[in-house]
Design a protein around this ligand. Structure first.
Ligand SMILES: Nc1ncnc2c1ncn2[C@@H]1O[C@H](COP(=O)(O)OP(=O)(O)OP(=O)(O)O)[C@@H](O)[C@H]1O
Length: 646
């Protein structure tokens, strides 16, 4: 029964008859039933029940019946809204808490959301359509023989890599040679004397460990050798065209014969190609590749970095025999060119390797000034990177809008052959102790079965040991964690900007498998010269010490044998971002991310130390309370699906 102002509506009356307030006979339901000559117990539903309750009105306005009452859901004449009452299997907040925030399922637009990574707005996007197009064009190239490279270069490649070219090499080599359309090399004959071809600009972007170095080194060497040949031919032609002057000679028979002054090496201090790299370690790595190629291709290379003394640097750069290719850090090269601007006067090829680092806010002014000063003679500017951050993308659009982008189909994707697992440090037994979780993870890896053996690697120095790289976000943490791990009986070494530069090459060589013989010896000589010129401090250690001995020597934090445990056959490198860029850690199968990386760029570079050149690899990320579990989940989801991170 509904009370409406002073009107009462009878629930038994089909017509919904209204009565005046408090009629005497409405003392009870029974009396009402009697009034209508019906028994409540035999009540039938009205055939008009589907019409719904009578429309209630107050002062002519409809009144909404509240559903928030025990009978609110009764007598519904319309179906409830779609999905009403259907239990959501996992609510959005539940999913978020569980760290699996619906990243594996596309949203309603069919796009992969990657919401957390999107928030970071770190990487420039490359359309899947463009990737697909590139993939198709690369299909037919499967041998170095198909490239228009000089035969001597093709031969030397077979000593470097006895296999087929990688996608980035298939893409970049023809483009840099100018033969990507299948036509013959474009010659410069059409140019008038002194006229210079417009500088070509390339961005070479491909996944980590995919052979980018060889992809730009081979075409550069090819160009240098061809230019050298062309110059020699031109000189010969010029000499042949010059008329012989017998009369003059006869007339001067009694003149004093004046020898032309000795021409100092024309190439001394004026390289034709320069490769800029962000760290001394990378200079050494690329320098080693150049050195090995120079044995067959015959050219002169020099590596310049602060790991060498100024005497060594000068003697290399200004060697009377000349220098063709220089690998250097930007700061060092910039300071050299301040005092000797001619160093850049003949450069035809300039490579900015790890361009995302070298053109970021900290490096950009110095790198840009080198580009500016080299531009007058430059034929090719090659930017090379494993990631294209948005900042680099914007820089290129503004500064080099004509840059040709050579981007491989798998750019920004961490390969599926790399597995990423997660260790929750808040759970037992770690209870938030990240150091302990890291040590236990290393022990777990150490106790796993033997590693996949790759042909040739077993013979390399230390090839049978397990190599693990641990990445930390803060460089102060590198030495702290190293000391902790040593205390737990783990053979750990630190590599960060705080570490002594001495010994870094030797430390890295244990993880890259690089021959530390000649290169390290040269670096050692450079360092020795430096140390002898500076006042010897009590911290100086004998030069004969190996990298490990140096690290273990008293001036560095000594390993505290607090643990009776030990983990033989495992070597650990604790490093920062310094060790994540470009270092070819080909012997490493495991990476531990002690901290959750700040951006997807860091994820790509750090996990890129494993899974290089088709190898398998494992990554373990330690996550705790304050960490971005959503980011980790998205990266894992992306890796699982084999899609590019954003
Ligand atoms: N065609 C090839 N076949 C097999 N191995 C190759 C080939 N080209 C290069 N390599 C080897 O692959 C390894 C990785 O090469 P490189 O360091 O140039 O990779 P990258 O793409 O520059 O990596 P990053 O982005 O980490 O700097 C090196 O050990 C190199 O010798």
């Amino acid at each position: 029964m509904f009370r409406q102002s002073s009107t009462l509506i009878c629930p038994f009356c089909d017509a919904g008859a209204a009565y005046r307030t408090r009629p005497p006979q409405w003392q009870s339901t029974r009396s009402v039933a009697t009034l209508h000559k019906r028994r409540p117990s035999r009540m039938n539903l009205s055939p008009n029940v589907a019409r719904g309750p009578p429309r209630l009105e107050v002062s002519g306005k409809p009144v909404r019946k509240s559903r928030n009452s025990p009978f609110g859901g009764m007598n519904q004449t319309e179906p409830p809204r779609p999905g009403y009452g259907v239990k959501n299997p996992i609510s959005a907040s539940e999913q978020k808490r569980a760290g699996r925030f619906a990243k594996d399922t596309p949203d309603k637009d069919g796009k992969e959301p990657m919401k957390a990574l999107k928030m970071q707005r770190a990487l420039a996007s490359v359309s899947y359509e463009a990737r697909g197009r590139v993939k198709q064009t690369l299909q037919d190239l499967d041998s170095f023989e198909q490239f228009d490279l000089l035969p001597v270069l093709k031969e030397s490649v077979s000593t470097q890599a006895d296999v087929s070219p990688t996608p980035v090499q298939r893409l970049a080599i023809p483009a840099l040679l100018g033969t990507e359309d299948g036509k013959r090399r474009k010659r410069k004959e059409g140019l008038a004397d002194g006229e210079k071809k417009a500088m070509q600009q390339f961005l070479l972007a491909a996944e980590t460990g995919s052979g980018k170095t060889l992809a730009y080194v081979l075409p550069i060497l090819d160009a240098l050798k061809r230019a050298e040949k062309a110059e020699a031919e031109a000189e010969r032609t010029l000499a042949a065209q010059q008329p012989s002057q017998p009369h003059t000679t006869n007339n001067r028979l009694f003149d004093l014969e004046v020898e032309p002054p000795p021409v100092p090496g024309l190439n001394a201090g004026r390289p034709r190609a320069i490769i800029l790299l962000p760290t001394s370690e990378l200079v050494a790595q690329v320098g080693a590749l150049l050195k090995s190629l120079s044995h067959t291709v015959k050219f002169k290379s020099a590596m310049l970095s602060t790991a060498f003394t100024s005497t060594v640097i000068r003697s290399r750069l200004f060697h009377p025999g000349g220098v063709d290719v220089v690998a250097s850090t930007p700061h060092l090269l910039s300071s050299i060119t301040e005092s000797d601007p001619n160093v850049l006067s003949r450069v035809t090829h300039l490579v900015i390797d790890e361009a995302d680092s070298l053109l970021d806010r900290s490096f950009s002014p110095i790198t840009s000034s080198i580009i500016d000063r080299a531009t007058p003679s430059l034929q090719q500017l090659i930017l090379c990177s494993a990631t294209i951050p948005r900042s680099l993308d914007t820089y290129l659009q503004k500064r080099f809008p004509a840059v040709k982008r050579l981007v491989t189909p798998n750019l920004h994707a961490i390969p599926r052959r790399v597995q990423l697992s997660v260790v929750d440090i808040d759970k037992l037994p770690f209870q938030g102790n990240r150091d302990l979780a890291c040590a236990q993870t290393i022990y777990d890896i150490g106790k796993e079965g033997p590693e996949e053996v790759v042909a040739g690697e077993g013979e390399r120095e230390g090839g049978k040991e397990k190599k693990i790289v641990v990445f930390v976000n803060e460089r102060e943490m590198a030495s702290e964690l190293t000391a902790f791990l040593r205390g737990k009986g783990i053979d750990a070494m630190a590599l960060s900007r705080d570490s002594e530069e001495r010994g870094q090459m030797e430390v890295l060589a244990e993880f890259t498998g690089a021959s530390i013989g000649a290169t390290a010896r040269r670096m050692q000589q450079g360092r020795l010269a430096a140390s002898s010129s500076s006042s010897s401090s009590s911290n100086e250690k004998p030069a004969s010490m190996t990298g490990l001995e140096r690290l273990l020597a008293p001036s560095t934090p000594a390993p505290t044998p607090t643990s009776s445990r030990s983990l033989p056959g495992v070597k650990v490198l604790v490093t920062t971002d310094l060790g994540s860029r470009g270092i070819d850690t080909i012997l490493v199968r495991h990476v531990v991310l002690y901290d959750v990386p700040h951006t997807s760029i860091d994820f790509i570079h750090r996990l890129g130390r494993v899974g290089r050149m088709g190898r398998r690899g494992k990554g373990v990320v330690l996550v705790g309370k304050g960490d971005r579990k959503d980011v980790v989940a998205e990266v894992r989801g992306g890796m699982f699906r084999g899609v590019a991170l954003i």
